[in-house]
Ligand binder design. Structure first.
Ligand code: ZN
Length: 500
């Protein structure tokens, strides 16, 4: 059996090498590639993705997986988990034709460039044709995978394995019941927080340098990673020893660059700390996007927007920006970075209104793939949902339907994992606090190692060995994902800030 396992593993590693090469081309496309390279790059990525798909879906891999299905490995061993995850991925991949894989890959790569151009031109019309094709390809993919209750389940499963739309609705209903009245209560106290100190002239190079200080402080290893700039911040991993983050920096918006950097740093910590034993295999990555997002939102918000974090770092930040912040007290700054205000852009949203942006996209995506909503009608539908949830109407499509990169690169079914990540971040963090009650005092001394070590041990090192639900159960003892810990945290924090 061991020999068969070794054969399977070495084949999977080769396939992973092709996948990683494709991911590297994608990283380059978003970071360095000149605009003229878009068409050729789409073909290059499509070719690699087709090769990887062909290598993976052979009968030989299927036979190896079948023969290994009754192998005598311990159920939680790396071997058994790799076989289980490979079986799952294999069964799904076999349902997709090579033609569909190639067409998706090409279209999703081209889509990004067309979206960037449409955004620049503030023209949804320029994006409509390719987006129609992207939605159609997603429907084809969902049909190929198959589903029981609703087509959206099939797409969601790509990003949040085994999660169903009905499960999401249960958690999201809990969130809505807590958040919507809170947003209203805060709106009545709107004047209590002034965030104008964050909208001064902050030199971009100095912002970058301070971001690096923070990345190092939380444990990002620059020997095994790097940071670059891109239109939309993201994290990608080519090996646990080569994890890349990107950020974007605006002169007059300190929060955007800094918290974006911490956010991607949180994703990177997960990828850098997967066990070396899993390197090169299908298991060497985060287990689901919701769990991934729990890590990024943890460092961005639970740690990065906490008072103890700034008790340590605010003096340093003042040294980086004396002209801008010398006269601003720690308390004013802490309140400014936590100002709640319904706004157009999801990635700039505060912790309270953030999830409302997710509900907008989640509902629109379901309408699109169940063909109740046409792409041509999407901008109007978007604006109506923004009005419903946030009481705002975007003045142009870059503040509305054109703001996010996801749909342009084919990612439909992905957005709800962001809200799920918020919820999970608190289920996990509360548990870490039970084990290490002095965490806040440690943050106030600039010590983040104990928190990182806890997450390394409990989550990071396992990679994809356990699903999101399994991790929740293993860590918290709770059999399900629940919004209550997150809502309690939000209510406590913002009741204090807004004196509710
Ligand atoms: Zn993220």
């Amino acid at each position: 059996m061991q020999e068969k396992f070794d054969t399977l593993k070495s084949k999977l590693v080769q396939i992973q090498n092709v996948n990683v090469s494709s991911a590297l081309l994608n990283w380059d496309q978003q970071v360095y590639m000149p605009p003229g390279g878009a068409a050729a790059r789409a073909e290059q990525i499509a070719t690699l993705d087709k090769i990887a798909h062909e290598m993976f879906t052979t009968d030989e891999i299927g036979e190896l997986l079948s023969e290994l299905s009754d192998a005598d490995f311990d159920v939680n061993s790396d071997e058994a988990c790799l076989i289980r995850v490979a079986r799952r991925d294999y069964d799904k991949a076999r349902k997709l034709s090579p033609e569909l894989v190639t067409e998706m890959s090409r279209t999703f790569s081209l889509g990004q460039r067309i979206w960037e151009q449409a955004r620049e031109a503030k023209s949804f019309a320029q994006f409509r044709e390719i987006l129609t094709k992207i939605v159609d390809l997603n429907i084809q993919k969902a049909e190929a995978f198959g589903y029981e209750d609703c087509i959206y389940d099939s797409l969601l499963d790509e990003y949040e394995p085994d999660m169903k739309t009905v499960d999401l609705n249960r958690v999201f209903d809990q969130l809505k019941a807590g958040l919507v009245p809170l947003v209203r209560a805060i709106a009545d106290q709107d004047k209590r927080v002034d965030a104008s100190c964050l909208q001064q002239d902050f030199d971009e190079t100095v912002q970058w340098d301070f971001g690096i200080v923070a990345l190092k402080a939380i444990g990002f290893d620059f020997e095994r990673g790097r940071q670059d700039r891109s239109v939309h911040p993201f994290t990608t991993s080519f090996s646990i020893h080569d994890v890349r983050v990107t950020t974007r920096i605006f002169k007059d918006m300190f929060s955007s660059g800094f918290f974006g950097t911490l956010h991607e740093g949180g994703h990177a910590l997960y990828e850098q700390n997967v066990s070396p034993e899993l390197e090169g295999t299908l298991l060497a990555s985060g287990t689901s996007l919701g769990v991934h997002e729990s890590q990024s939102r943890l460092w961005e918000n639970v740690v990065g927007r906490s008072r103890p974090f700034w008790q340590y770092y605010y003096r340093q930040l003042q040294d980086f920006f004396p002209g801008q912040l010398q006269a601003v007290s720690l308390n004013e700054f802490f309140r400014a970075i936590n100002k709640v205000q319904p706004s157009f852009i999801r990635v700039e949203a505060d912790e309270v209104t953030y999830n409302l942006h997710i509900f907008v996209r989640f509902e629109l995506e379901q309408a699109l793939v169940s063909q109740k909503l046409k792409v041509a009608d999407l901008p109007d539908a978007w604006n109506a949902k923004m009005d419903e949830y946030l009481g705002l109407t975007p003045t142009d499509d870059t503040l509305g339907v054109l703001q996010d990169v996801h749909w342009s690169s084919g990612l439909i079914g992905y957005f709800p994992t962001y809200a799920l990540g918020n919820v999970l971040s608190l289920q996990f963090y509360n548990q870490s606090l039970k084990d290490i009650p002095e965490l806040p005092e440690q943050f106030a001394r600039g010590e983040f190692g104990p928190l990182l070590e806890w997450f390394k041990e409990k989550i990071h090192r396992h990679g994809r060995k356990f699903t999101a639900n399994e991790l929740v159960e293993r860590l918290t003892g709770s059999p399900s994902i629940e919004a209550a810990p997150y809502l309690n945290y939000i209510q406590r924090k913002f009741s204090e800030i807004y004196d509710l």
